[in-house]
Design a protein around this ligand. Structure first.
Ligand code: NAD
Length: 359
């Protein structure tokens, strides 16, 4: 079956790093992968061309795609658009909502060659490989009622932290299955000592556990998880948590790796269709200079092959190619130690392709 991939370069450094992903997909095709790639506009570039950040044609192509690869959206050029619904970021949110992308996979992986880039001691982080599974479409960010209103003569702000059993179960299953594909350890993060919603969360995770007997399930309160992430991060394999806790913990975990230019991410829906993108934004400060690190984007291709297209061998070949390039000492400016020579976006792309071609 041909995999139909939709490539959405987006804005800022998006098109520069997407170009390297496109070359990599081309190389995968030459290496035997049955794949077709189509491009479309999203974000500010779509607004400039069509007056909206998510044109109908793009959404239609996204619905039909086996998987979506996104560069990044946004930039100062579009920050002055008064109508918030037309801002570039709304293109991304529209894709998440329309495709029902409820499961956010945020790996925090540190290549041993880059251990000195972390703010933690190298021995604490060398070889770090955590996958945070964050629920993306529910929880306190979306719960009703919410608002700011007058009560007893003063203003009160309120939000609702709500999860249904079915919402917890579907993200739980994503996490258990992820743990089965990795180190078979799953840590569910909650605040069950204080919040009823997370008492239910814990109960549902416990109920699912017997269906995945090969996975060792543990529970941790979110405050302790934050502490453990900076104290001994290598104890974690897969972490599953709700939207808000996941938002915070995944950013902290990403920073342990020292470079946001290295980290891919994914958002999956119930059919396994996914949108894959680097964790970083459109980096307008370096856009157009051919100095952005394309590796998060190229590793997003690997993640897509592994989790949506079930092409594990090809994914491993890409990850191994990136590892070899780092072994050879190639660094873009964001991951270079002081005094190291740096390469451009295209040169880094060239090197990964050359390593990939060697198999
Ligand atoms: P950012 O991630 O774009 O940039 C933060 C810093 O990291 C900058 O100094 C940037 O130069 C650097 N950086 C990021 N990616 C890099 C790469 N691949 N190689 C080298 N350096 C890299 O975050 P920001 O500055 O807060 O946001 C810039 C724009 O991106 C905003 O418009 C924001 O809304 C948007 N944004 C988009 C997404 C997305 O598309 N998923 C995510 C976050 C931010």
């Amino acid at each position: 079956m041909t995999h139909n991939v939709l490539l959405l370069p987006g804005d800022g450094i998006g098109p520069e790093i997407a170009a390297q992903a496109a070359r990599l997909l081309d190389a995968c095709q030459k290496a035997g992968l049955d794949i077709s790639v189509e491009e479309a506009l999203v974000g500010g570039s779509a607004y400039d061309a069509h007056g909206v950040p998510l044109p109908d044609a793009t959404l239609e192509k996204a619905r039909k795609a086996s998987a979506i690869l996104l560069g990044a959206v946004g930039g100062p050029k579009w920050d002055k658009i008064d109508d918030l619904s037309k801002r570039p970021e709304k293109g991304l949110l529209g894709l998440r909502k329309n495709l029902g992308l409820f499961g956010n996979l945020r790996p925090a992986m540190l290549y041993p060659q880059l251990a000195s880039a972390s703010s933690l001691k190298p021995e604490l982080v060398a070889g770090l490989d955590i996958m945070i599974v964050r629920e993306l479409t529910g929880g306190i960010y979306f719960g009703q009622p919410r608002g700011i209103e007058e009560r007893n003569g003063e203003r009160v702000g309120f939000n609702t932290y709500v999860y249904s059993e079915s919402e917890i179960e579907r993200i739980g299953r994503v996490a258990f299955e992820m743990a089965q594909k990795r180190g078979k350890k799953l840590c569910s993060v909650d605040k069950a000592n204080v919040l009823e919603v997370t008492i239910l969360w814990r109960e549902v995770m416990e109920r699912l556990a017997p269906e995945y007997p090969d996975v060792e399930l543990s529970h941790m309160y979110v405050d302790n998880a934050a502490m453990q992430l900076v104290r001994a991060p290598k104890q974690f394999d897969v972490v599953v948590t709700g939207n808000m806790f996941g938002d915070i913990l995944s950013d902290a975990a990403a920073m342990l790796t020292g470079s946001i230019g290295m980290l891919p991410s994914a958002s999956l829906n119930e059919t396994g269709q996914g949108m894959y993108e680097p964790c970083h934004g459109s980096a307008p400060d370096i856009a157009g200079q051919n100095i952005a690190n394309p590796l998060a984007m190229m590793l997003s291709v690997a993640m897509m092959l592994r989790y949506s297209l079930n092409e594990t061998a090809m994914a491993e070949r890409i990850e191994a190619a990136v590892g070899r390039v780092l072994d050879d000492g190639l660094r873009t400016a964001d991951i270079a130690s002081p005094g190291m020579q740096t390469v451009s976006t295209v040169e880094m792309g060239d090197a990964v392709l050359a390593a990939f071609a060697q198999g």
